[in-house]
Write a protein of this length. Structure first.
Ligand code: AMP
Ligand code: FES
Ligand code: ZN
Length: 321
């Protein structure tokens, strides 16, 4: 099959959801345009912004960093070493290798050194690893950005991630999470830095194809702690639908973001979405405007931020509870 854009070279990437197929060069043009459109549509950031790209060593975040550099944005990488045996060392290695191939040196936060490696922290706090991991990552993403003068924090969530998350939130009618599900969460008082997801228009397969064709070497294994994550079930369900009806995933998520679908009277999602969208998963449900954590000074909606509460549980002497 020939590339549907240049009609000369052989197509290398088949995109049924766009009724298209591209050769590598034309696919790069397509991918770049999708990301540019994703940034433009919600004004995620401008060339003046300093963007902190959170890089895990996986394909999405390395591709994100790659494309943002190519588009000429001012970026630095942040890697969090989660302290998970084997997996974290391999992830860190891929991140550092990619960065050095682009003449960059990422900022690295080592959770062992911070006293909260994920497996031990989860055990001591008696919580799920993924939930502890989410709290800790969000905390350091914001803290590093605020301390070092970055104006934006960018993560590599793609269309599949966001559609799966939307499906999960809808299945549970989680209005609180629905109200904060957006490619842009604005900055807020007390040093809450803007959060963006510039890959929200591109699928997992498109990101993987871009990474492969660009020769980006990334960690392919999944985190050993997230094997039974429910988000994978939602992703599978959407993949099944997508295979039968290409383009459904994109219409599902883009439809959710479309303001005209939100303004249906009595729509509980619309009502939730009209509320302040800046709470960023921190201390959800505690309401009000952000204030400073009385322990570390980070923005929070409670007296003490969720990271400091976690750290207290992790470091307090273990005894009978
Ligand atoms: P996940 O929550 O693992 O699906 O990751 C979503 C996004 O969070 C990734 O695309 C990265 O941008 C960021 N991220 C995840 N893990 C790390 C990490 N260990 N260090 C830095 N950023 C991360
Ligand atoms: Fe967070 Fe695995 S990446 S628990
Ligand atoms: Zn705190």
């Amino acid at each position: 099959m020939k590339c549907k854009r240049c009609r000369k070279a052989a197509a290398a990437v088949d995109l049924p959801s766009h009724h298209s197929a591209f050769c590598p060069e034309c696919f790069f043009v397509f991918f770049r345009r999708q990301v540019e459109e994703g940034i433009r549509k919600f004004r995620l950031f401008s060339p003046d912004d300093r963007v902190l790209v959170c890089v895990s060593g996986g394909k999405d975040s390395l591709v994100l960093w790659d494309i943002l550099m190519e588009l000429g944005y001012r970026t630095e990488g942040l890697h969090i070493d989660l302290g998970i045996e084997g997996y974290s060392a391999r992830s860190r290695e891929k991140t550092l290798a990619y960065a050095s191939s682009r003449g960059k040196e990422p900022i690295v936060v080592d959770l062992h050194a911070e006293g909260v490696p994920i497996p031990e922290a989860a055990k001591r706090a008696r919580k799920e690893e993924c939930s502890v991991c989410g709290t800790v990552k969000r905390y350091f993403f914001n803290r590093v950005a605020a301390e070092r003068g970055f104006t934006v924090v960018a993560t590599g969530h793609n269309l599949d991630d966001e559609a799966a998350r939307l499906l999960g939130n809808l299945l549970h009618w989680d209005a609180d999470h629905l109200s904060r599900q957006h490619p842009l969460l604005p900055e807020a008082a007390e040093g809450l830095v803007r959060k963006v997801k510039p890959l929200w228009r591109v699928s997992e397969m498109e990101t993987a194809a871009y990474g492969f064709l660009k020769g980006i070497d990334y960690v392919t294994e999944e985190c050993p702690m997230s094997e039974d994550a429910t988000s994978l079930i939602y992703k599978e369900a959407l993949t099944l639908i997508e295979e039968e009806m290409p383009g459904t995933r994109r219409r599902f998520y883009q439809g959710f973001l479309d303001p005209k679908n939100r303004d249906v009277p009595g729509n509980p999602v619309a009502d939730a979405c009209r509320e302040d969208a800046s709470k960023d998963g921190k201390d959800i449900g505690e309401g009000g405007t952000p204030r400073k954590c009385n322990s570390c000074g980070a923005p929070t909606y409670a007296e003490t931020c969720s990271f400091c509460r976690l750290k207290e549980r992790v470091t307090k002497p273990q005894g009978r509870s």
